[in-house]
Design a protein around this ligand. Structure first.
Ligand SMILES: Cc1cc2nc3c(=O)[nH]c(=O)nc-3n(C[C@H](O)[C@H](O)[C@H](O)COP(=O)(O)OP(=O)(O)OC[C@H]3O[C@@H](n4cnc5c(N)ncnc54)[C@H](O)[C@@H]3O)c2cc1C
Length: 418
């Protein structure tokens, strides 16, 4: 097993690495260990997955996908990746509601950290979870469901790996659908100030990419659902931005391709922006992302735009996305719709590390909260007040893991000991 995260900026310090092939093997490892964490596809940028003793991977567990056509759900090995899962769902006539910017993260790794795509009406990926099965600290197998466990369930879905090893996940499905994505270039920044809501609601999923170096947004991606086989209307220009040619050069490197532009295709080949040929290849970037309640989005972006000079040498690109409100306790969208302001940094951690507290201080008035899986400098005293169900979550930790077997340095710091 690879002993560092995908970006290579966080080595893991575990002494033992296991990839069990059966649930009983997994239960025995958990029972015997003093400290355990699980890794998915290792795409988190901080030490959220690390552990001083045992790190587990679910990659060798059975990847059977069980679809319940009547209930419109799929039950899967939690360690399956979206890339492995999505074509099965499509062939069976189903879809997930949304995807992240790339598809080779695992379903449970994504849900545990409230990973999201964009869409005014679309909750983060964890909102599709209606059931899960996990091995708790004493090695027992516990099943939780939205239907039967109510409030507790909402605490267990975005749980940062703190409650146990999730082995199975049940996901809500919808009928499969097609999407067409179109890209616009150089949308004037002033249009965002005045028409943010209209721009973000112009498609099923809309996101835009500012480098903050101009008075325009570099690109806007509008993903429209194909309804009744009708090709969607593609306005040109769009809020003053012309349509980009459909044939665009591939992004960043020969390993990283944009998903097809200007032609309809299945949801799982259009909702992610990127397709990585070799997901095992180390990434050449670092990432941070800050969420603000939607009502603060425009002011927060105006604040970021004022950092043009400081951002120039360290930022590859930003991305702005919307996420619908949910009920998941540790989701940054708990109880309110949010906007994500994402930063793809060059791999220059000393410079990024120096800049983050400066940026965070300016974003603080906007009730900012960081993406759990990305790089940030905010202190626990700044993060914790943003999560009104934190005390309830700590109670869940005490219930499922009273001796802190799944608690690592990240959790102890940001959530606090159970
Ligand atoms: C190139 C790139 C693009 C990205 N795009 C997006 C994006 O579009 N939107 C977004 O929101 N984020 C994005 N991210 C962040 C990414 O979605 C998160 O880091 C996500 O958590 C990664 O999932 P993973 O499978 O790699 O899990 P890991 O990073 O390996 O683990 C994440 C967490 O899940 C826990 N976990 C894993 N498996 C289990 C299990 N079986 N049981 C219990 N806990 C478990 C881990 O302990 C850890 O706490 C991106 C990251 C990269 C590198």
């Amino acid at each position: 097993m690879n002993r560092q995260n995908w970006a290579g900026n966080t080595p893991y310090c575990a002494t033992h690495y296991h990839a069990p092939e059966t649930i009983p093997q997994l239960q025995a490892i958990v029972r015997a260990a003093h400290k355990v964490r699980v890794v998915g596809s290792r795409h988190s940028f901080n030490n959220i997955s690390d552990c001083p003793e045992v790190i587990l991977s679910l990659a060798n567990l059975d990847h059977t996908v069980t679809i319940d056509h009547e209930r419109r759900t799929a039950t899967v090995n939690a360690g399956i990746t979206y890339r492995q899962l999505a074509p099965h769902l499509h062939q069976a006539g189903f879809a997930l509601h949304n995807m992240a910017s790339l598809d080779h993260i695992t379903v449970i790794g994504a849900c545990m950290t409230a990973t999201h795509g964009s869409g005014d009406t679309l909750g983060n990926l964890a909102t599709a979870v209606s059931g899960l099965e996990m091995v708790t600290a004493d090695g027992d197998l516990v099943a939780l469901s939205r239907e039967k466990d109510g409030e507790q369930f909402f605490g267990a879905v975005v749980a940062l790996g703190a409650l146990g090893v999730v082995t199975k996940v049940t996901l809500d499905l919808q009928p499969t659908f097609a999407i067409q994505q179109d890209i616009y270039e150089k949308l004037p920044l002033a249009q965002i100030d005045e028409h943010f809501d209209a721009i973000m609601s112009a498609g099923y999923s809309v996101s835009f990419f500012p480098s903050w170096q101009h008075d325009w947004i570099d690109t806007v991606w509008v993903k429209q659902q194909i309804v009744n086989g009708q090709t969607p209307t593609v306005p040109n220009p769009f809020f003053g931005a012309p349509l980009a040619p459909a044939e665009r050069p591939t992004e960043h490197s020969s390993d990283r391709h944009l998903t097809p532009i200007g032609v309809p295709g299945p949801w799982y080949e259009r909702l992610p922006h990127f397709y990585l040929k070799d997901p095992l290849l180390q990434g050449n970037e670092l990432q941070s992302e800050y969420f603000v309640p939607r009502r603060h989005a425009v002011a927060a972006m105006q604040t970021v735009a004022r950092f043009r000079a400081q951002l120039a040498p360290i930022l590859q690109i930003s991305e702005i996305r919307t996420v619908a409100a949910d009920q998941l306790w540790l989701s940054p969208a708990y109880g309110q719709e949010i906007v994500g302001i994402h930063f793809n940094w060059h791999r220059n951690w000393p410079a990024v590390e120096q800049f983050l507290p400066i940026l965070e201080e300016q974003l603080a008035p906007f009730e900012v909260r960081p993406h759990w899986a990305k790089l940030f400098a905010m202190s626990p005293a700044q993060v914790q007040p943003q999560y009104e169900r934190l005390a309830d979550f700590r109670a869940l930790m005490r219930q499922y893991d009273p001796r802190g077997k799944f608690c690592n340095a990240f959790l102890a710091h940001y959530i606090g000991e159970a």
